[in-house]
Design a protein around this ligand. Structure first.
Ligand SMILES: Cc1ncc(C[n+]2csc(CCOP(=O)(O)OP(=O)(O)O)c2C)c(N)n1
Ligand SMILES: [Mg+2]
Length: 686
């Protein structure tokens, strides 16, 4: 056994990782083994983190963007003695991960799933696994830290002054999202951010020379990053120095390129892709342990003194820092009670009082207003009373109407670009993928992040939207130009299958409001959904503002679908639609009524909210015995038969759109009053 206690600690991380993967007979041992010295140095000697207080707001954040190396993180959590945190943010005085938990790596219901999952395992700051996402999240975290510091720090009260670290790999750096995120982090001069890049030049197919030969060093310099290199991942002394340099550089983010050998110490597999994603094999594990000077027959072995030595670094430092911070925050609360109360909300993810007091009511108006425009008005009214609601667009805010225009909203920019980090309008640039991923990072801090773009380009954001849902983060996605109603921009810009995809994503609430008052109710509803992302699908074109004394109030939106108007007695036919097509079924119903056909009109802005209603309510809106039904939506058909039944009809898109004025497209694709009336007559048998 090596005498050096640091080496013992490092080899404990390595062997725990090897053993867990071997026992699970699946997982990724090589990178955890190679990066053990790097991660150990960061955690033991640098990271400001109190294992007894994992939710301490000013803790440094550690993001394992290479989520496949999860055993590295689980070993660190175990050795650091991080305490358990359960839903509701309650910290328990018991280990987040015991040795038994590590032995159950990748097993059903274990606390050690294949990739780290936020909310599932204390100490995991974000869910990672889809490469590049952790990098994007870390930029969102660094933005959040800057914003919080700018808003809440006061002379003598540096409540926020922490650092965000992300550990990334070749895979992350090949992914576009990480490049987008790095580009904006450079522009924003996020000096509170450090990425440690494991340049082992191995990925799954072998050497990265087959696909990835650029100079990452020069690329990051060009982004405006401070770039450092560590020649040997085992050189902990130099690593410590580089981490200090990274922290000292406050005007640029830092990239530390670490040269490592995957599976370091494995006699046959080190330096090969075989060490990436499969157990090393019993014999190779034995020989590797021998190389480390480890007892060859001991599995999941934590030598005496190892946790103590590890914790003498991180826990001693972290406990003192978090205690000092607690005192500081208490004094701050006495001096700045209003700000402290806001922070309480941010930390708890709760809403400020009066957030909804300015939500407008829109008067009936046949000409109407585009739902993107009414949304912009509502957003501005809410944001005024919701000080930590902030966001922006991927270069489309003039179109998505998401700019906060009230006094003091400001733009988020670094002082070097003559801005401040306190601004609430973010300019993500044309970087949709990173925008989503950054918004997740901001949401992880309790900020109410929104982001926006054209619905068609939600295609570029599928991974972060999915991760918002998986992590239950209340990011608000505002997507405009939501149908062929876009008109002349043509099929490249006309969403077809996007609604179906968003509806198919578990945990995403999609709302496609029909008019300005449904927009107002959509915002009222979604702001209160603090445990999931929501998506607004909004029109480019004007939508008539429905007369609510003739038709049912828009508050029905909260239930996902509601009866907008009804005839006397049992309906002959039900017409249902969402968004811009509600206006169309209203017009069709007027004609049908004149023909003596009893029509029920159902506005159906959110399937998801509707499905959450009790059966009795759903049946009251769509009575099972009324099977004559027509659904109208300018989007793919997928899923509508659930509501029309097999006997019903759908007026939907069956292919891509076309470039022409919107009115002509409506005729071409059959979204006309005549078509709806004809379908309704067929359904009603009249
Ligand atoms: C977006 C995404 N694409 C593909 C994968 C599958 N995958 C997991 S690890 C990996 C290779 C990563 O290489 P690298 O980051 O160099 O990790 P190392 O092999 O060095 O541990 C791939 C392709 C993934 N997890 N995420
Ligand atoms: Mg690699």
């Amino acid at each position: 056994m090596p005498a050096n206690i640091d080496t013992l600690c490092i080899n404990t991380i390595r062997t725990l990782s090897m053993d867990a993967v071997q026992k699970a007979n699946s997982g990724h041992p090589g990178t955890a083994m190679a990066l053990a010295p790097v991660a150990y140095t960061l955690w033991r000697d640098v990271l400001n983190y109190d294992p007894a207080n994992p939710l301490w707001p000013n803790r440094d954040r550690f993001v394992l963007s290479i989520g496949h190396a999860s055993m590295l993180l689980y070993s660190l959590i175990h050795l650091a003695g991080i305490r358990d945190v359960r839903p509701g943010g309650v910290t328990h005085d018991r280990p987040a991960l015991t040795l038994e938990d590590l032995e159950r790596f990748r097993q059903l219901d274990s606390l050690t799933p294949g990739h780290p999952e936020y909310h599932h395992t204390a100490g995991v700051e974000t869910t990672t696994g889809p490469l590049g996402q952790g990098c994007g999240n870390s930029v969102g975290m660094a933005i959040a830290e800057k914003w919080l510091a700018e808003h809440y720090n006061r002379d003598g009260f540096r409540l926020f002054d922490h650092h965000v670290y992300a550990l990334c790999g070749d895979g992350d750096n090949m992914e576009g999202v990480a490049s987008e995120a790095a580009s904006i982090a450079g522009h924003l001069k996020l000096g509170n951010l450090t990425w440690i890049y494991d340049s082992n030049q191995i990925s799954i197919e072998g050497s990265t020379h087959i696909a990835f030969t650029e100079s990452v060093h020069k690329r990051f310099e060009a982004y405006g990053w401070h770039v450092l290199e560590l020649k040997d991942a085992n050189d902990t002394g130099t690593m410590r120095r580089l981490l200090a340099e990274a922290k000292a550089e406050t005007s640029r983010p830092t990239l530390i390129i670490v040269h490592s050998i995957i599976g370091w110490g494995a006699p046959h597999l080190a330096g090969t892709a075989e060490a990436h994603g499969a157990p090393l094999g019993v014999e190779e594990v034995r020989e590797t342990k021998k190389f480390y000077g480890w007892p060859e027959d001991k599995d999941f072995y934590v030598p005496e003194g190892v946790p103590e030595h590890f914790q003498a670094g991180i826990a001693t430092r972290g406990a003192a820092a978090s205690r000092t911070w607690g005192d500081l925050f208490a004094a701050y609360r006495a001096r700045y009670p209003a700000e402290a109360a806001q922070l309480d909300h941010i930390f708890a993810g709760t809403l400020p009082e009066g957030w909804d007091s300015g939500i407008p009511v829109f008067d009936a108006d046949a000409k109407g207003i585009a739902s993107r425009a009414s949304s912009g008005k509502v957003l501005n009214e809410i944001a005024k009373n919701y000080p930590w609601m902030l966001g922006g667009s991927a270069d489309l805010s003039p179109s998505t109407k998401t700019h906060l225009t009230f006094a003091g909203a400001g733009d988020f920019q670094p002082p070097q670009w003559n801005g401040t980090y306190g601004g609430r309008n973010l300019h993500f640039g044309v970087r949709e993928h990173a925008m989503g991923s950054i918004s997740n990072g901001m949401a992880l801090y309790g900020l109410r992040a929104y982001c926006s773009g054209f619905l068609i380009f939600s295609d570029y954001m599928k991974p972060p939207i999915r991760l918002s849902a998986l992590m239950k983060l209340p990011v608000i996605y505002i997507f405009t130009h939501d149908s062929i109603g876009v008109g002349e921009d043509g099929p490249t810009h006309q969403p077809i299958e996007q609604l179906a995809q968003l509806r198919a994503t578990p945990g995403v609430t999609l709302i496609r409001p029909a008019d300005a008052n449904e927009v107002a109710e959509a915002w009222r509803t979604l702001v209160q959904l603090t445990d999931r992302p929501s998506v607004l699908a909004l029109s480019r074109q004007n939508l008539p503002t429905i007369c609510r004394s003739t038709y049912a109030p828009a508050t029905g939106l909260a239930k996902g679908a509601y009866v907008l108007a009804d005839g006397e007695g049992r309906p002959d036919v039900i017409l249902m639609a969402t968004g811009s097509e509600v206006g169309l079924i209203i017009k069709a119903a007027e004609k049908l009524k004149a023909e003596g056909i009893r029509v029920r009109l159902v506005s159906m802005p959110s399937w998801d909210l509707f499905e959450a209603q009790p059966r009795s309510y759903r049946d009251s809106v769509l009575p099972p015995d009324v099977t004559a039904r027509v659904a109208v939506e300018q989007a793919a058909q997928l899923g509508w038969d659930r509501y029309t039944g097999l006997a019903g009809e759908t007026i939907v898109m069956h292919g891509f759109g076309a470039s022409a004025p919107a009115e002509q497209l409506e005729v071409k694709f059959g979204f006309t009053v005549e078509a709806v009336v004809a379908a309704a007559r067929r359904q009603a048998g009249k």
